[in-house]
Design a protein around this ligand. Structure first.
Ligand code: ATP
Ligand code: MG
Length: 325
């Protein structure tokens, strides 16, 4: 189970951190993939944009190859049981641990005029998203590691408090490999929808070339085997996701021998990104404009997700002592 916030179009970070793994997993396990519209309201609350943003992520999920017959695809707000589970889990989440969450501290630093309660309780809602299906594996990028840790804390605490073994210890998942962090090409930090530094799945070949050619570098190595600066290492990190190993080795060797030309490195990177992005982009528009299909996909997904969610909430109510007359 995993989800993405409808806060803009999906970029290479979302693709390599999450979406590509959704596609790989969908036939190996029972999968739930959702569009986190409640979560987007903590930072993006323009009613005139929300539906279009949900539609973008949905179309991009499908264009990347998620098959609605194999996996359950749904919109978070179509499954109100998530909100109930979040409320119940919130009774055992401590304000101190929520205030210490890195993403909360980061968000209030960046936007001190909107420190809303939803931002603080974001990890509780995220735990509810995961635990509502009692999910064991959560394919996410590196930035979500701390939130997953909190999900396990909440699950363990619930099990201990009520003397049950109900919730699993959900693990972040990347096929046994390290979790991925795709950097931006602006020097430091991760690529993010809210950072304005994305290479998007909808970008045209030319837009990709322009963005890559503008990537921050440095003045180049002056001595053999020099350490690689962060902006240049970021280029190599993205290359690792999109390029063939011998291509990377070629440029690493050029760097080590001080013969590298960043222009050539960027040109190669742009072409390799295009190879990943273009086939997805070509499908997005068709899918996005097929309202009947999107309605069918979300209705089917909502039904399957609600069925799973209702079972969990009924059991949690019983464990906590909420009983019908
Ligand atoms: P926002 O800036 O609005 O938070 P985002 O780009 O961080 O958007 P999310 O919706 O928060 O995207 O995350 C969706 C998924 O994509 C998560 O699994 C997250 O770990 C993954 N992800 C986001 N950015 C990256 C990145 N740069 N590298 C790898 N994975 C990423
Ligand atoms: Mg994010």
């Amino acid at each position: 189970m995993s989800g993405i916030r409808p806060t803009g179009n999906l970029h290479l970070g979302n693709y390599f951190g999450a979406l590509r793994n959704f596609v790989k997993l969908q036939r190996e396990a029972e999968c739930f993939f959702f569009i986190a519209d409640y979560h987007s309201l903590t930072t993006h609350n323009d009613p005139s944009l929300l539906h279009g943003n949900v539609k973008n992520v949905l179309a991009e999920y499908l264009a990347a190859g998620i098959d609605p017959d194999a996996a359950t695809i749904y919109v978070q707000s179509d499954v109100p049981q998530v909100a109930e589970l979040s409320l119940l889990l919130g009774m055992h989440a401590y304000v101190g641990e929520l205030e210490r969450t890195a993403s909360f501290k980061d968000k209030i630093r960046k936007n001190p005029s909107n420190v809303n309660a939803g931002l603080l309780t974001y990890p509780v809602l995220m735990a509810a998203d995961i635990l509502i299906h009692r999910a064991t594996h959560v394919p996410v990028g590196k930035d979500q590691e701390q939130h997953l840790e909190l999900t396990r804390v909440f699950a363990r605490r619930f099990n201990n408090m009520y003397g049950v073994e109900f919730f699993p210890e959900s693990q972040p998942y990347n096929f046994g490999a390290e979790l991925v962090k795709i950097p931006g090409l602006d020097g430091t930090g991760k690529m993010g929808k809210s950072e304005g530094n994305g290479i998007y799945l909808i970008d045209s070949d030319d837009a990709i070339r322009k963005k890559v050619m503008r990537a921050v570098t440095d003045s180049g190595p002056t001595a053999p085997d020099s350490p690689v600066s962060e902006p240049v290492e970021n280029i190599f990190t993205i290359m690792k996701a999109v390029s063939a190993p011998d291509t990377i080795q070629f440029f690493r060797e050029k760097y080590a021998s001080c013969e590298i030309r960043y222009g050539d490195l960027k040109k190669q990177l742009a072409e390799d990104i295009i190879k990943t992005v273009a086939p997805i982009r070509e499908r997005i528009e068709d899918i996005r404009s097929d309202d009947a299909y999107l309605r069918k996909v979300t209705a089917l997904g909502a039904e399957k997700a609600r069925e799973s969610a209702m079972k969990t909430v009924a059991a949690v109510r019983e464990i906590m002592g909420i009983k019908p007359f």
